[in-house]
Design a protein around this ligand. Sequence first.
Ligand SMILES: [Zn+2]
Length: 344
Amino acid sequence: MLDRESELPSFIARLPKVELHVHLEGAVRPETLWELSQNKSGLTQKVGEWISERRAQRYRYGSFGEFLVAFGIVTLLLEKPQDYALATTRLSEWLAEQKVKYAEIIFSAGVVLWKKQSVGAVFEAAAGAAEEAEARTGVRVRWIFDAVRHFGLDHVREVLRWAVRYRSRGVVAFGIGGNEERGPARLFPDIFRAARDQGLHVVAHAGEACGPESIRDAVELLGAERIGHGLTAYRDPHLMALLRERRIPLEVCPTSNVATGLIARFEDHPLPKFLSAGLVVTLNSDDPAMFGTSLENEFLEAARCFGFSRETLTDLCLNAARASFLGEDEKQKLCDEITRAANL
Ligand SMILES: [Zn+2]
């Protein structure tokens, strides 16, 4: 009989999963980049060089800023609405392979605006591709429109307008990402209030490159319902208490934090501290293709580095289902599916 440890990978493989923090652009795998570059003149070679360079560096970046530049290069290859449709299709297929049943995909509307593309045309192509893929693979997708916080108030406001416009196409939330220092939460309370008033959920990346005060501001000034990363929360016991009492889920992405140089190793992530402090923790992949990971791999690494049991791994999936922006009935169905599969 196999021991429990050697059974874990197959347990993880079949566990129904929920992904709450994955960027569409960051999930474009090298093979999809090649696919995208087929009809583009002059770019193929550059893409090839970029991919091989990243692979040589084992998906590590010298700094968070360097990662943002790399992210920008990928987004420039997404030139046309059909490129976004292809990226979405391939992501849905990849999620299906990992038994992800439900995903809230972050659509960087802010980056689309920065590229002077039509948010409407691009998003409609992506949403259509997700609907088509759902019919084929069963992966349900909802969307989070993300603004670049250091691009200023007008930019962030414009992203919100687009998010509101596409609520009927599966946009469930509005959020901010980018440079926390140059775009602090205190700039955006009015915009977040407007988002909530319009019926959107609100999220924020926080405590990634900045300290715990950035997380506190996201919760208290913006009313963020979930925190992207929240890595530095462990430094402030009062903030930990606040997150526990208000049951604000953290979208933890350990491999991302290693790849962008915020922590040295996966096992240095405070994830076990968060769990033992009673916080609501979800496990996510962030920009999996750029970090050489996947959601399934995050579960495998968490099991390997922290010795998590089947029960803890199942709880992480259940936390994500409950922290999702689905309706209560749908959340319950998802939880039942996870529990059933875990007990097989
Ligand atoms: Zn992110």
